[in-house]
Design a protein around this ligand. Structure first.
Ligand SMILES: C[S@@+](CC[C@H](N)C(=O)[O-])C[C@H]1O[C@@H](n2cnc3c(N)ncnc32)[C@H](O)[C@@H]1O
Length: 364
């Protein structure tokens, strides 16, 4: 009898645990939406500017919110403290208040002027315009559209982006912040990769932050940013940095020692990657050059024991975001190897020094 009861209790406990797990996932959007609200309200910047632990009432008065909403601000801050974006610190006894909010490493990265800011990624990714394709995901599984984005808008994202300047500017700002961080790592830790290189083309180089960092660090290297006309059309050449507009699936600048593709191949399916990679191979081997490609992209190895849970989940989230917005995907090493050899390259070297992404040197 006793063991029958224990069996029932264990089964009920499992149902309750499953219920908590389900609730947590149903409400996960609240994590991202509350963070976005804090960014829109400028909370990280205001706490940062305050320079010491900021009591709730001071935060409320700095935000210019309705006084009646101050108790609700406490609830938002309590949640974001729980999720690791703020922490509460004691104030000196001489102070009128006992504690105040401070930033954590995670919220420091959401300061709008932080060189590697994630604020534009949050504002852009959670823009209603980019959330809409998610509503079309089930329909997309049943239709023949290339992406849920096209089911939602009837056009591919890069054909649509120029019509939505606010989203495009969040996207470009985010790319610039990310390129500052990756550029810093490359310049500080991977100088040998660029040794002896006279010319580099950053294909899909966006507004040129990465190429600018490399052009400054290696003044003898001619750096070219190649991207779509609405991205680089108005940008001015400067010293050893120049901008060329075009469609990388048609043609890319004809000869270079290094072609860089940062976070670009993951946007595309294997067929288009092959077209692009073949164009790149031609460029680095023309005029009897023996150049190489430098890719910055993720190499997903979700079965490796030493990968932490959050990194794997984040990469799988990126993979789904790519599926919804673009025809691309995140690739594991086997998929990269297959793609690169199919494009005619012989060897590659993966250096995993960029957190969840790697530097991949590819040789003809
Ligand atoms: C995900 S972003 C990466 C930008 C940049 N490499 C970085 O990591 O900061 C992909 C880039 O590819 C560019 N792009 C997309 N389609 C293109 C095409 N057909 N020809 C040239 N560039 C293209 C986009 O405009 C965008 O700047």
């Amino acid at each position: 009898m006793g063991s029958q009861n224990e069996g029932h209790e264990a089964a009920t406990r499992r149902v309750l645990e499953a219920q908590t797990h389900g609730w947590n996932h149903i409400f996960s959007f609240i994590n991202s939406m509350s963070l976005r609200s804090a960014i829109e309200l400028n909370i990280p910047d205001i706490i940062h500017k305050h320079g010491k632990p900021m009591p709730l009432h001071l935060l409320a008065s700095s935000l210019k919110i309705q006084p009646s909403k101050a108790p609700h601000l406490r609830r938002l801050m309590r949640f974001l403290t729980h999720t690791g974006f703020f922490s509460l610190q004691k104030l000196p006894e001489t102070s009128d208040d006992s504690e105040g909010y401070v930033l954590t490493d995670a919220s420091t990265l959401f300061l709008k002027d932080h060189p590697f800011t994630l604020a534009p990624l949050s504002l852009g990714t959670l823009d209603p315009l980019l959330l809409k394709p998610w509503e079309h995901l089930p329909a997309w599984f049943q239709n023949n559209d290339p992406t849920p984005f096209e089911t939602a808008y009837g056009k591919a994202i890069y054909d649509y982006a120029s019509q939505v300047p606010r989203t495009l500017s969040h996207f470009n700002d985010y790319m610039a912040g990310d390129s500052k961080l990756v550029g810093k790592v490359l310049v500080e830790q991977c100088r040998d990769v660029f040794k002896g290189c006279g010319s580099l083309v950053d294909v899909g180089g966006n507004t040129g932050t990465m190429a600018k960092a490399l052009a400054e660090a290696f003044p003898e290297m001619e750096c070219t940013v190649f991207d779509l006309p609405y991205i680089v059309g108005g940008l001015k050449d400067c010293g050893n940095l120049k901008f060329v507009q075009g469609d990388m699936f048609q043609t890319i600048p004809p000869a270079a020692d290094i072609i860089m593709l940062k976070w670009t191949l993951c946007d595309w399916d294997d067929e288009r990657c092959l077209t692009l990679l073949k164009n790149c191979k031609e460029a680095v081997t023309s005029k009897s050059k023996q150049g190489k490609l430098v890719l910055i992209d993720a190499v997903v190895e979700d079965d490796k024991a030493d990968y932490d849970y959050e990194s794997v989940e984040t990469l799988l989230q990126f993979d789904l975001a790519t599926m919804v917005l673009l025809p691309g995907k995140e690739r594991n090493e086997k998929e990269w190897a297959h793609l690169l050899t199919s494009a005619g390259f012989t060897t590659y070297k993966i250096t995993p020094i960029l957190g969840m992404r790697s530097l991949i040197e590819v040789f003809p």
